[in-house]
Design a protein around this ligand. Structure first.
Ligand code: ADP
Ligand code: TRP
Length: 327
């Protein structure tokens, strides 16, 4: 039996990059014949979120976002990472057999240092906790974005070190990348990769004036609508590709390529994009509002998820403790 697992940090409002690069895959996978585990990585977020009320709000927001976008808590287990503290025990066991050199080579750590983020020990050992998250549930498949592949390789290595010393305790997981490469990297409103740390992101549930403003920021040039253009050089099309059916997309592209009186201007393309975003997420947005009005139900879903997750993590933790002589 396959076991899918992934985690998402509650470190800000989730954006279109998170949706197309992660959440959508997670929601689609729940209908495949396998076990499905998704958690909100609050222990990990503690390396950057330093406000208790904000942390609670962000965790609930991630939960509501997943549920509103279609994650079914009957099909997939959804919980808060810190509700299963067994992962921190497993993290300690893994750290005891993991060399410093491997963590020093982590891109995520090196990038943060390069961006002058003052490192905590937790930021340095982040990949060990992530490995524990994965190994604690006998995970076989981890759907993540490309940026997480190195962490997966490190997880495989850590499982190998532990098993090498103590016998066959941890299952070897593999990464599952988004099938379509164009969706593997959603651009931001400035053309770079969309990321909350670049301030170029569009919130999944943005609507009305703020959505108009965000789309308005996508750069265009001063060429007239009549002038024929290459659609592949127009950033707006990278966004439209995410939302439109192939036939409609092709029609817009053809009209832009040909130019003349029938060609749409950038304003038209932006209007179409706004309508498409509203159309795609309108239903989920309404659901989100409903769920936010009943936070106790969301908390119940997370608590039930934690119970299910804990049962599994405890068994793996016990197996690991026994194998290394701590029981
Ligand atoms: P951010 O860069 O905004 O901090 P995270 O690193 O928290 O986003 O990403 C959470 C998940 O969303 C990861 O699985 C990541 O691969 C995916 N993701 C983030 N940004 C993008 C993007 N621009 N395009 C595709 N996937 C993305
Ligand atoms: N590091 C992941 C990210 O930043 C979040 C994460 C934590 C995760 N633990 C995980 C993802 C385990 C997959 C599996 O996106």
């Amino acid at each position: 039996m396959k076991t899918y697992l992934s985690g998402i940090q509650p470190s800000g409002r989730l954006h279109l990059g998170n949706y197309f690069g992660a959440i959508r895959q997670h929601v689609m996978l729940q209908d495949t014949d396998a076990e499905h585990f998704y958690f909100i990585a609050d222990y990990h977020a503690l390396t950057s979120v330093r406000d208790a009320a904000r942390m609670r709000e962000l965790v609930r927001d991630v939960a509501v976002t997943y549920l509103a976008l279609g994650l079914d808590p009957e099909k997939a287990t959804l919980w808060r990472q810190s509700d299963v503290p067994e992962v921190t025990e497993i993290s300690w066991l893994l750290s005891s057999v993991t060399g410093m050199g491997m963590l020093e080579r982590a891109h995520s750590y090196k990038d943060k240092i390069a961006n002058r983020i003052k490192p905590s020990v937790g930021l340095f050992t982040y990949p060990v906790l992530m490995a524990a998250d994965i190994l604690a549930y006998d995970t076989t498949h981890v759907p993540v974005g490309k940026d997480q592949v190195q962490h997966l390789e490190m997880t495989q290595d850590m499982a190998g070190y532990f098993n090498g010393h103590f016998g066959d305790v941890f299952k070897r997981p593999e990464a599952v990348l988004a099938a379509n490469d164009s969706m593997a990297k959603v651009p931001g409103t400035d053309g770079q990769k969309m990321s909350k740390s670049y301030g170029n992101d569009i919130w999944i549930f943005e609507t009305g004036k703020p959505l108009k403003k965000a789309i308005g920021r996508i750069p265009t040039d001063s060429r007239a609508p009549e002038e024929p253009k290459d659609p592949s050089e127009i950033l707006l099309f990278d966004f439209l590709t995410l939302f439109l059916e192939a036939e409609e997309l092709k029609d817009w592209q053809d009209r832009v390529r040909v130019g003349g009186v029938g060609a749409p201007g950038y304003g038209h393309l932006k209007q179409r994009l706004i309508a498409a975003i509203d159309g795609t997420f309108g239903g989920a947005r309404a659901l989100r509002e409903e769920m936010l009005a009943d936070p106790a139900e969301v908390d119940r879903i997370l608590a039930r998820g934690a119970d299910r997750a804990r049962e599994k993590a405890q068994a793996v933790r016990d197996r690991a403790l026994l194998a290394c002589g701590l029981r």
